[in-house]
Ligand binder design. Sequence first.
Ligand code: HEM
Length: 182
Amino acid sequence: MQSRLSHFSAGTKGLWAIREVRSIKGETLPFAEKIHVGETEVLDANGWTLSGIRSNTRYTTSEEKAQLEMRQEDLGRSESGRAVMILIKKNAEWWLLSQDERRAIFEEKSKHTSIGLRFLPAIARRLFHCRDLGIPQPFDFITWFEFKAEDEAMFDDLLSQLRSSVEWEFIEREVDVRLEKA
Ligand code: HEM
């Protein structure tokens, strides 16, 4: 059975070379040469590892799910020369809200899914949850995106739309890691 747990180990090994580590909000992460993504952690004395699990959806209606399934493509496409890993921690206020209040901010106010859908299938994505791992983690989410090098400006357009939304007011730490196939 495939594990739902993935480790993102920064160091000298891995399929993805780090081009840049940018702090969008809060403390950044140290630069490293490469990132290894897999079910086992690759230890590196000068590196770091973040871990997350794939999980069930929280805010997706059946109609949105159908649209996502119709348009999205999986990670690992040979033509995807670029990847971006975005690490996100939301604030205590967000986590104190009820499920319906969070959904209203996520979609009715911020249009996260409807904005995102416009960028499929060019952008392939996967979301990993860190809060449910049982031991405190520096981030709540690890998000991973893959696309062709020429689509990076389009990806930045998606980011500027999401980062100006109400949902992003609840983000207290965000680090943006730009990658290319090593
Ligand atoms: C490529 C287009 C995108 C699409 C189609 C998309 C779609 C979605 C959907 C459907 C969910 C909800 C999953 C659920 O029901 O639990 C979600 C969650 C999330 N997305 Fe996106 N997204 C996109 C881009 C992005 C980008 C660029 C970022 C980061 C800058 C991002 C960060 C997140 C985070 C952190 C969550 C979890 C939110 C939470 O549970 O509080 N997404 N996304």
